[in-house]
Design a protein. Structure first.
Length: 231
């Protein structure tokens, strides 16, 4: 396959920056003799790679790490543009489709999403603003050995919160992080009638809540599956 390899290097003033705090640090060792490559976005049908001979720095706060490169997230072998593009596709397409289109494996899609998440959504707590109609449910995964609790915003058809485990103590984590304004905006709660959901909602919500069996509980399960795929 044809490919383009670009030889790059950070700005001289920033070649010893920590990849996490971005502070200039003492060099820990010399540049490696074998260059590292990062895959970039394809140019048409041509594979694009960025090449650089990395070295390690020692940060007083974070320890010994490969020095920051401006074109990639820490620990990634893809450029930032590649990770961001995969994450954008994954928010609109099935994971398998994203994997096929970007020519990466299924698990790599999840890692790209995790790396790009902060740039795509720096204030994730804003998902909890203005909630009015929400749905709560839990499901098992990994052959039924693990559970996850998920809350969806029915008005936007999006997952707004999820946590491993199930039961009242897990759901309380959601309610305890809500501000008084966020809590007061919730008017309707749907669920499957589980006792722990009913008790928790009655305890934290002052309205006459609506706990009902969803005619197709699979509607909510679809969002749970979506979360599991990209967590």
């Amino acid at each position: 396959m044809k490919h383009i390899r670009i030889k790059a290097r950070p700005n001289k003033w920033h070649e010893n920056d920590c990849p996490f705090c971005h502070k200039s640090c003492p060099a820990y060792d010399k540049h490696s003799s074998k260059p590292t490559t990062w895959r970039g976005l394809d140019w048409g049908g041509i594979l694009v790679e960025v090449e650089y001979q990395t070295h390690r720095i020692i940060c007083l706060e974070h320890g010994v790490y490969v020095a920051k490169v401006p074109w990639a997230y820490p620990g990634s072998r893809f450029t930032k543009d590649f990770d961001l593009t995969v994450a954008w596709f994954a928010s609109y397409l099935p994971r398998s489709t994203t994997s096929y289109f970007m020519r990466v494996d299924w698990e790599t899609v999840g890692r790209c999403v995790n790396r790009a998440l902060h740039d795509l959504e720096p204030e994730r707590s804003r998902r909890l603003d203005g909630l009015v109609n929400i749905g709560i449910d839990e499901t098992s995964y990994k052959k039924g050995h693990k559970y996850i609790t998920v809350i969806v915003n029915h008005d936007t058809n999006t997952v707004v919160w999820a946590s491993e485990g199930h039961g009242k103590s897990v759901l309380e984590k959601f309610y305890k992080q809500l501000t008084p304004e966020q809590l007061s905006s919730i008017k309707v709660v749907t669920g499957d009638g589980a006792k722990w959901i009913t008790e928790c909602v009655n305890e934290y919500n002052s309205f006459q809540n609506c706990l009902s069996y969803l005619g197709g509980i699979g509607y909510l399960i679809n969002y749970i599956i979506f979360y599991l795929k990209y967590s």
